[in-house]
Design a protein around this ligand. Structure first.
Ligand SMILES: Nc1ncnc2c1ncn2[C@@H]1O[C@H](COP(=O)(O)OP(=O)(O)OP(=O)(O)O)[C@@H](O)[C@H]1O
Ligand SMILES: [Mg+2]
Length: 235
C-alpha cells in the first residue's frame, strides 16, 4: 500500500473511532440501569442521532475522495448557471447561519453560464461557506461573491473570523487537517464539525473543473478563499 494510502486509512479509522465510541458509551450508560426517565432516553438518543449524522458525513466525504483518487468519480458535466448554484448554497447556508446569528450576504452575481458538475460545485461552495459560518463570531458577516475576470469565474467566500495562522495556510487543504481539532471534537454534538476533509474536497472539485482554489488572505480581520473556474467560451 502506498504511504499516502496508509496514512489515509490511519487517519480515517481515527476519525471514525471518536463518534463510534460516543454512540457506544451513550447506549451502554443508558441501558446499564433498569429504569430511566423518558427524558434520559431522549437525551441519549439525541446524542446517538447527532453522532450518526457526523459519521454519515465523514463516510460520505471519505467516499468522495476515495472515488476521486481511483478515478471513478466521473464529472457529470452539464450546462448550468453558477449564479444559481450560489443562490442555492446561500439558502442552505442561512439555515446554518441563523442559530449563530451570522449573516450570509450574497449579492446578485451576473448571469454565469458554465459547463460543469452542479452537485460537486455546490458542495465546493457549501464547504467554503460552512467553514466561514463555523468560524464567524456572533453577529459576523459571511460574504459570497461571484465575478468574471477574462476567461474565468471567481467565486469568493469571506468571513470575519479569527483567521488561520501563517504556518497552517497550505495545510488546511490537506486531508484530515484541522486547526481546531480539540474544539471540533468537543463540538461534535452539534453535528456540524467534520473530519477535516471539506477543503481537500473543495480543492479537488475546483481542479477537476480545470480551476483552482486558494486561500487569498487570512488575518485577524477574517479569511478569504477564492475558487477560479474557467468559464469556457461565452454563450
Ligand atoms: N474560514 C475559516 N476560518 C478559520 N479557519 C478555517 C476556515 N476554514 C477552514 N479553517 C481551518 O481549516 C481546517 C480544515 O478545514 P476543512 O473544511 O477541510 O475541515 P473541517 O471544516 O474541520 O471539517 P469538514 O469540512 O470535513 O466538515 C478547519 O478545521 C479549520 O481549522
Ligand atoms: Mg469544512
Amino acid at each position: 500500500m502506498a504511504a499516502r494510502q496508509r496514512q489515509f486509512m490511519a487517519d480515517a479509522s481515527h476519525e471514525l473511532r471518536t463518534p463510534l465510541f460516543a454512540v457506544q458509551a451513550a447506549a451502554d450508560v443508558t441501558l446499564q440501569r433498569g429504569h430511566r426517565e423518558e427524558g434520559e432516553y431522549r437525551d441519549a438518543l439525541g446524542l446517538v442521532a447527532d453522532q450518526a449524522r457526523r459519521l454519515t458525513r465523514i463516510v460520505e466525504e471519505m467516499f468522495t475522495l476515495a472515488r476521486a483518487d481511483a478515478g471513478h468519480l466521473p464529472l457529470r458535466r452539464a450546462p448550468l448557471y453558477l449564479d444559481e448554484v450560489l443562490a442555492d448554497v446561500g439558502r442552505a447556508a442561512r439555515v446554518l447561519a441563523e442559530p449563530r446569528r451570522v449573516t450570509v450576504e450574497l449579492p446578485a452575481g451576473p448571469e454565469s453560464p458554465l459547463v460543469g458538475d452542479e452537485d460537486l460545485l455546490r458542495r465546493m461552495v457549501l464547504n467554503l461557506v460552512d467553514n466561514a459560518i463555523k468560524h464567524s463570531p456572533p453577529g459576523g458577516v459571511v460574504r459570497v461573491g461571484l465575478d468574471r475576470a477574462g476567461d474565468a469565474y471567481r467565486v469568493t467566500v469571506s468571513d470575519q473570523g479569527p483567521g488561520i495562522p501563517a504556518e497552517a495556510r497550505e495545510r488546511v487543504f490537506e486531508r484530515f487537517f484541522r486547526l481546531d481539532a480539540a474544539r471540533a471534537r468537543d463540538d461534535a454534538g452539534s453535528g456540524g464539525s467534520g473530519a477535516g476533509l471539506g477543503l481537500a474536497i473543495a480543492r479537488w472539485v475546483a481542479e477537476a473543473h480545470g480551476g483552482r482554489l486558494e486561500l487569498v488572505r487570512s488575518d485577524a480581520a477574517g479569511t478569504l478563499f477564492a475558487a477560479t473556474l474557467p468559464a469556457g467560451p461565452r454563450a
